[in-house]
Ligand binder design. Structure first.
Ligand SMILES: Cc1cc2nc3c(=O)[nH]c(=O)nc-3n(C[C@H](O)[C@H](O)[C@H](O)COP(=O)(O)OP(=O)(O)OC[C@H]3O[C@@H](n4cnc5c(N)ncnc54)[C@H](O)[C@@H]3O)c2cc1C
Ligand code: SF4
Ligand code: SF4
Length: 558
C-alpha cells in the first residue's frame, strides 16, 4: 500500500484520534493546531505554576511520540488549493516568543507576568498570564500577544501608527518620522494623498472619532520641511557589487530603490517620462500634491544611492534583455497607464480624451482645449480628479456621469463633496451609449438611464439599462475615466514572464518575484490600479525579496 501524506487541522480530541489512526495506517501525518497546545483543554493556571504536568491524556502521549506524526502548534491555514491530484497548503506558524534554548523551565515568568487575561482555554472562566505553559509535554512556553492594532493591520504598509502618533503626542517629531521611514520613504506625499483606510478601522471611532492618522503623518513631515531640516540619509558604509535595475520611477520603484539602498544595494531607475514620480507626478493634480513637495522627497530618496535615468523607456531606449544581461535583478514598477475604453461608437472622435492622458497633459502644463462643456464618465478618484482639474482649466460646465448611484461610487467621499462644492454637476444612473460627432469632432453624447438590479461580483448592485430611456447631452469634450490597465508591451515574448488576462504581472506574495527568477514586481502593474501606499508597501517587500535573492545566488556561487 502506498503511503499518503495527510494533513489534519484541529488538535482537539477528534483531530488527535484521526491523526493516530492515519499514522497507524502508515500515512505521514501533519497535525495542525491554531492554539499553542493540543488537546482542546489545559489545566488551570495554579497547577501550571506549581509545575504539574498539564496533559495526561494517553492519546496525546501517543501522538507526540509517533514517528509518522509531525506536530504544528500555533499555526493556521492561509491558503489551500487542489492541483495535480493533490492539495497544496500555505500555513503560518506564529512564534512562541520564548527562546526554547534559553528557557530553563523555572516558571518565574508566569509568576511575575503583569498581564492577566481571561483564560481562553477554559472558556474564560479563570485567569491566566500572557506568558503561559501551554504545552508541558514538550516544554513549550508561549507569550500571548494580540495581533497588530487594527489601524496598523489595515494600513497596506502596516505602518506602526501607534508608535509614530504617540511620538508626535510627546513632541518627538524627528523620532516619529524615523519610525514612519522604517517602512515608508514618502511621508510628505502619502501624508497628502492617502485615502487612509486605517482611519476607517481605528477603534477610537467607536468612542468619538478616529485618530487623524493621515493628517498627523502630513503634519510631522511638513514640520521637517518647513523647518528646513535635512532628513537623514542612512545607508551602510559599503555597498555590494551587484546592481539592480528598476523600471519605473513611481512610488513602487522609488520605494524599492530606497530600501535596496538601505540593504546595501545600488540601483538604476529607468523612467520613461521626463521627470520621476509616476502617478504622484503625472496623475495626482498639483493642487493635491505640489511638485516641489514631491521632488523634495524624491531627491532625498535618490541621495541614498538610487541612480535615475529619465526619458528612458524600456522596450524602446533600452531593451529588457539588456537589463537582464547587465543587472543582478530587475524590479518592474511600470504602473497602470492605459485607460480603459468605453467600447461605444464614436469613441475615436476628436474631443474624446482618456482621463489619465488628460491629467498627465494638465500636470505637464500642456494647453488644454477647455471650450464649453465637458463630460466625465466614471465614479472613481481618477474621475473626480479629472472633473476638478477640468473645472480649474476653465470649462464652462463640468458634468460627471455615473452608472450607479452616489452610494456605490468608489471615489473617496471627501473628493465627491469637494467636487460638488466646486460646482461640478453629477448625474447618477446614466451610462453612455454613443459619441455623436460632426466633421470628425464630438458634439454630443447619447446616454441611457439605468436602474439598479441584483449585486454583481463586486457586491455592488448591477446597473441595468431602462429600455427606451435614451437622451442626448451636448458637449465639446468627453473624458472617460473608468479604469486603467498596465502596458507591459516592453516585455519580450520569449522572456517567459507570465502576464495575466488583466495585463498585470503575477508575483509571489512573500518575495514579490515573478515566475522568472531574478525579475520582481509590485505596485499597480502587479495589483492593477490601486492606492499609492499599497505600491510603496509592495516596493519595500520586493526590495527585501531582491536582497534575499542576490544573497542566495552569491552563497551558491561561493
Ligand atoms: C489620477 C490619479 C489619481 C490618484 N490619486 C490617488 C490618491 O489620491 N491617493 C492614492 O493613494 N493613490 C492615488 N492614485 C493611485 C496611485 O497614484 C498609484 O496607485 C501609484 O502611483 C502606483 O504606483 P506605481 O509605482 O505602481 O506606478 P506609477 O505611479 O504609475 O509609476 C509607474 C512609472 O513607470 C514608468 N514607466 C512605465 N512604463 C515604463 C517603461 N517601459 N520604461 C520606463 N518607465 C516606465 C511610468 O512613466 C511611471 O513613472 C491615483 C492614480 C491616478 C491615476
Ligand atoms: S499610509 Fe495611509 S493607510 Fe497607512 S497609516 Fe498612513 S494614512 Fe493610514
Ligand atoms: S486608537 Fe486608533 S490609531 Fe490608536 S492604536 Fe487604536 S486603532 Fe490605532
Amino acid at each position: 500500500m502506498s503511503k499518503k501524506r495527510v494533513i489534519i487541522f484541529g488538535g482537539d480530541p477528534a483531530g488527535v484520534a484521526a491523526a493516530l489512526s492515519q499514522a497507524e495506517a502508515g500515512n505521514q501525518v501533519i497535525l495542525v493546531e491554531a492554539a499553542p497546545s493540543f488537546g482542546g483543554r489545559r489545566l488551570p493556571q495554579t497547577r501550571i505554576i506549581n509545575g504539574e504536568s498539564g496533559f495526561s491524556a494517553v492519546d496525546w502521549e501517543a501522538v507526540r511520540k509517533h514517528p509518522n506524526i509531525r506536530l504544528l502548534t500555533n499555526a493556521e491555514l492561509l491558503k489551500a488549493k487542489a492541483a495535480d491530484g493533490s492539495f497544496h497548503f500555505r500555513l503560518r506558524q506564529r512564534t512562541p516568543r520564548v527562546d526554547p534554548e534559553k528557557c530553563n523551565d523555572c516558571k518565574a515568568c508566569i509568576r511575575v507576568c503583569p498581564i492577566h487575561m481571561y483564560d481562553d482555554f477554559n472558556e474564560g472562566l479563570g485567569f491566566r498570564t500572557a506568558i503561559d505553559f501551554f504545552n508541558p509535554s514538550v516544554g513549550v512556553y508561549n507569550i500571548f500577544k494580540e495581533d497588530m492594532p487594527i489601524c496598523q493591520a489595515t494600513c497596506p504598509a502596516n505602518l506602526d501608527i501607534r508608535s509614530y502618533v504617540g511620538l508626535i503626542a510627546d513632541g518627538k517629531y524627528a523620532e516619529s518620522l524615523a519610525k514612519i521611514r522604517e517602512r515608508l520613504p514618502f511621508a510628505l506625499s502619502i501624508g497628502r494623498v492617502c485615502p487612509h483606510p486605517c482611519e476607517g478601522a481605528c477603534n477610537r471611532g467607536h468612542v468619538d472619532e478616529p485618530i487623524a492618522i493621515c493628517a498627523l503623518k502630513r503634519f510631522v513631515a511638513d514640520w521637517e520641511m518647513h523647518h528646513d531640516i535635512d532628513p537623514p540619509v542612512e545607508v551602510p558604509e559599503q555597498f555590494h557589487d551587484e546592481k539592480v535595475a528598476i523600471i519605473g520611477a513611481g512610488p513602487a520603484g522609488l520605494t524599492c530603490g530606497y530600501f535596496l539602498a538601505k540593504a546595501g544595494y545600488r540601483s538604476v531607475c529607468f523612467e520613461a517620462m521626463p521627470e520621476p514620480g509616476g502617478m504622484f507626478r503625472y496623475g495626482i493634480p498639483e493642487y493635491r500634491l505640489p511638485t516641489p513637495t514631491l521632488m523634495r522627497e524624491i531627491n532625498w530618496i535618490l541621495e541614498h544611492g538610487v541612480e535615475l535615468r529619465c526619458n528612458t523607456r524600456i522596450g524602446k531606449d533600452v531593451t529588457f534583455e539588456e537589463l537582464q544581461r547587465d543587472y543582478a535583478a530587475i524590479f518592474i514598477g511600470v504602473g497602470a497607464w492605459s485607460g480603459m475604453k468605453l467600447r461605444i461608437p464614436g469613441e475615436d472622435l476628436e474631443g474624446v480624451v482618456d482621463g489619465v492622458k488628460f491629467l498627465k497633459d494638465a500636470n505637464m502644463g500642456k494647453k488644454i482645449d477647455a471650450r464649453g462643456k465637458v463630460i466625465i464618465i466614471g465614479g472613481g478618484n481618477v474621475a473626480m480628479d479629472a472633473a476638478r482639474v477640468s473645472w480649474r482649466e476653465g470649462f464652462d460646465e463640468v458634468h460627471v456621469l455615473y452608472r450607479r448611484t452616489k452610494k456605490e461610487m468608489p471615489a473617496s467621499p471627501w473628493e465627491i463633496d469637494a467636487a460638488e462644492e466646486e460646482g461640478i454637476k453629477f448625474q447618477y444612473l446614466v451610462a453612455p451609449v454613443e459619441v455623436i460627432g460632426d466633421n470628425g469632432r464630438m458634439k454630443a453624447l447619447k446616454c441611457l438611464r439605468m436602474q439598479l438590479g441584483e449585486p454583481d461580483a463586486s457586491g455592488r448592485r448591477r446597473p441595468v439599462p431602462i429600455e427606451g430611456s435614451e437622451f442626448v447631452i451636448e458637449a465639446e469634450t468627453l473624458i472617460p475615466a473608468i479604469g486603467q490597465r498596465p502596458d507591459v508591451a516592453f516585455v519580450p515574448d520569449d522572456s517567459g514572464l507570465e502576464i495575466t488576462r488583466w495585463n498585470t504581472l503575477d508575483a509571489d506574495p512573500e518575495t514579490f518575484m515573478t515566475n522568472v527568477p531574478g525579475v520582481f514586481t509590485a505596485g499597480d502593474v502587479q495589483t492593477g490600479p490601486g492606492i499609492a501606499i499599497a505600491a510603496c508597501a509592495g516596493g519595500r517587500k520586493a526590495a527585501a525579496g531582491i536582497a534575499r535573492y542576490i544573497e542566495a545566488k552569491r552563497r551558491a556561487a561561493a
